[in-house]
Design a binder for this molecule. Structure first.
Ligand code: GLA
Length: 385
């Protein structure tokens, strides 16, 4: 059938429009499909931490970015005892409910962080109301009851959604138990109880012991010995969380040290999780200090050299450091379940305030405008090497 010029034009325009729409939707699904976590999907789950700001609903752009790039999430602070359970009968569920909703909607692996820790927990958990002035500790029996109530309430609420738990965080200081209130009131067996209560609340969940400075040999030896003893008593511990707050300095820790660490924990029968990865680019005068939050150094301009932006040379160094870390993680993917960053964009990072308050740090993959940095592209590229 003959068509006139107008019909011809209309038809072509329609074809063009449908082609454009098709290619746009192909492109946007390609973008969706090729977030960083897709690149590593045959290696491990790639994750990040969600800040309170994001969870309180003030940052939907961040949620979109996280949904596009990551497959696992941790709450940076919202699940810590002082935030979730600030007083005996007070529970603040809103942020974590939102965290779980977001995780479910995006089919993500969700990590619960953290059930038992010495930081970010109210003193009233350990001390009697009457005795608070002179700090009279409650009895071991009462503290165990509080621990059980906290763990079973939280784990039960999110059973089936949150499938792995940092049950105990940072119980070890170098080569001995940390002198926390948990330790002094209950004794070191507080770990047995914490893991047992968690397993009772959700027998299917993966249970993790999480800590920093995990490449220190004395610390490793102590932790492995203690975990093995705990397991011998019939308590389940499935995995080890290596926080991995590392420095730009390729020596802190070295790839070799990290490799030995991963292998050693794996040989001890533990699944490895990289739980809080970031790379500090600022001067750090206490390499061995890991992430001990009690350290607080004084601000000085020399300690804050990149106020006006990260020089290109440092940005490349950061990209190389991330690439060497991920090459190692991929090499040992059979031992590693998850690699998770400690937040997504530089403005969110705790590293702006620790160990010196008020500096400008650049430890993550996205900049303050939420743009992917050179380090991000370096990670995409290692899969093409
Ligand atoms: C430790 C904790 C995290 C976080 C960082 C610093 O690594 O495990 O929850 O508090 O310190 O923010």
């Amino acid at each position: 059938m003959a068509i006139n010029r107008r019909q011809f034009l209309v038809q072509n325009l329609m074809t063009l429009a449908s082609l454009t729409a098709a290619s746009q939707s192909a492109r946007s699904s390609a973008v969706r499909e090729s977030g960083l976590s897709d690149i590593f999907k045959h290696d491990f789950a790639l994750g990040t931490a969600l800040s309170n700001r994001t969870l309180e609903g003030h940052d939907s752009a961040m949620l979109d970015l996280v949904a596009r790039e990551f497959k696992a999430i941790t709450a940076e602070n919202a699940m810590k005892w002082e935030e979730l359970h600030p007083a005996d009968r007070q529970w603040n569920w809103d942020s974590i409910d939102r965290f779980v909703e977001f995780g479910k909607a995006n089919d993500m692996l969700m990590a619960g962080h953290t059930l038992i820790w010495h930081h970010q927990i109210p003193d009233s958990v350990f001390f009697d109301r009457k005795g608070r002035a002179n700090k009279r500790a409650i009895s071991k029996t009462r503290l165990l009851a509080r621990m059980k109530n906290h763990i079973s309430t939280v784990v039960d609420r999110y059973k089936g959604a949150i499938t792995l738990w940092d049950v105990v965080n940072e119980a070890v200081n170098y080569d001995h138990w940390r002198q926390s209130h948990w330790h002094s009131i209950i004794g070191p067996e507080y770990l047995d109880h914490a893991f047992r209560f968690t397993e009772e609340a959700d027998p299917k969940a993966q249970l993790i012991y999480n800590d920093f400075s995990m490449t220190a040999v004395a610390k490793q030896d102590f932790i492995i010995k203690k975990i093995q003893a705990i397991r011998k008593r019939g308590v389940k511990i499935d995995g080890i969380g290596l926080q991995c707050h590392v420095l730009l300095d390729s020596d802190a820790p070295s790839i070799k040290a990290l490799e030995t660490t991963i292998i050693k924990y794996a040989q001890a029968g533990l699944r490895v999780h990289i739980t809080e990865l970031d790379v500090d680019v600022l001067p750090f005068d206490n390499k061995g200090s890991g992430a001990d939050l009690v350290i607080n150094r004084e601000y000085s301009p020399e300690r804050d050299p990149y106020r006006d932006g990260l020089p290109l040379a440092i940005s490349s160094e950061l990209a190389n450091r991330y690439a060497e870390l991920f090459r190692l993680f991929v090499k040992h993917k059979e031992h590693i379940d998850r690699v998770s960053f400690w937040c997504t964009s530089d403005d969110e990072s705790w590293k702006n305030d620790w160990p010196v308050k008020g500096r400008k740090n650049y430890p993550l993959l996205f900049d303050r405008d939420r743009q992917a940095k050179q380090a991000y592209y370096a990670l995409r590229n290692i899969k093409l090497d």
